[in-house]
Design a binder for this molecule. Structure first.
Ligand code: ADP
Ligand code: MG
Length: 309
């Protein structure tokens, strides 16, 4: 009997470049929106006593309003350097980094950050953690409290507002971190492998949850990950970097329609995109070239299966 979990070996997948009309229209609209973030010819060289490391070389891309961009690449390709430059926490060697057309020169309220490590204050309650940024901006306790309540509701943690971080699961801590980043109503949310420390199930829940939040509010997101599935599931476009030096290989438009759901992980466009990312990030795994024009545009399912982790 045929194993239903195993697709037929000779099934052909569409090219990751093929888009349905709905997806194409979505991208056309997206590209007409204002550019929030513009990175032009960005270079970052670290100089240490041991020598120089070119962490980023000639990196250029644009992020449009309400776009969800994922940045992916092997360890050491400069992902964290890029997000730290965008956050204004790291200087850069040359190029331009513009937020709403203005150069980024340091940290600012217009950018919210969520990192992998849990960065909550352990001595503050959930609500007090979310209120912190507002208090730093001289917003009174009453108003800060009201704002915090709203954002805690948005991330589904209103019942835990008086809990302390140690009483929360990893996923809940990251939801607090998201609320804390959003409470200042930034123009852009910068996330560096925020779900990297979570177990697979919590991670999956948080991805769905983040997409819900993103759908409900006016926020642009730059999200760093090294997880191919995560990038495809979340992103409109994926910026693929290579290491040593950190350079852009490709900016991929994800052909998977929205709204996203977990059943799409096995859809042909999802698998085709994953195969492309895998080939870019692990080029030694690329299989030999196909010959006919149709085969040049299609990827044999059997090869894709071999490439997928
Ligand atoms: N503060 C630093 N000083 C010197 N070199 C650094 C520093 N931070 C990162 N690097 C180097 O820059 C490169 C990119 O690092 P990073 O941005 O952390 O990459 P990723 O987040 O993709 O793993 C690596 O070779 C790393 O060793
Ligand atoms: Mg990193």
């Amino acid at each position: 009997m045929q194993n239903m979990n195993k697709p037929e070996k000779n099934l052909l997948l569409p090219s990751y470049l093929e888009q349905s009309d709905a997806v194409k229209q979505r991208f056309d609209k997206l590209k007409q929106r204002n550019v929030i973030l513009e990175v032009k010819g960005l270079d970052k060289v670290y100089k240490t006593t041991k020598g120089e490391t070119v962490a980023l070389k000639n990196v250029s891309f644009q992020t449009h309003k309400r776009e969800f961009v994922c940045v992916i690449g092997p360890s050491g390709c400069g992902k964290s350097t890029l997000i730290r430059v965008l956050a204004g926490l790291e200087s850069y060697t040359s190029g331009e980094v513009l937020l709403d057309g203005k150069p980024i020169t340091g940290p600012g309220r217009d950018r919210g950050m969520v990192f992998q490590g849990y960065t909550l204050f352990p001595w503050r309650t959930v609500k007090q953690n979310v209120m912190f940024g507002l208090e730093m901006n001289n917003i009174g306790t009453n108003e800060a409290g009201r704002e915090a309540d709203l954002w805690l509701e948005l991330v589904g943690l209103e019942k835990f507002s008086n809990a302390y971080p140690h009483e929360l699961s990893g996923g809940m801590k990251q939801r607090v971190a998201i609320a804390r980043a959003l409470v200042n109503q930034p123009r852009i949310l910068l996330m560096d492998e925020p779900f990297g420390a979570l177990d697979a199930q919590s991670r999956c829940k948080m991805q769905t949850h983040l997409l819900e939040i993103w759908r409900n509010i006016d926020i642009t997101i730059v999200f760093i990950t090294h997880d191919l599935d995560e990038a495809i599931f979340l992103a409109d476009r994926i910026l693929v970097l290579k290491a040593h030096p950190g350079e852009v290989l490709e900016l991929i438009e994800v052909p998977v329609p929205r709204p996203r759901n977990t059943s799409q992980f096995t859809s042909p466009e999802f698998i085709a995109t994953k195969a492309r990312l895998d080939a870019l990030i692990h080029p030694q795994d690329e299989k030999e070239n196909t010959e006919t024009p149709i085969q040049q545009r299609m990827i044999r399912f059997v090869n894709v299966q071999d490439n997928v982790e």
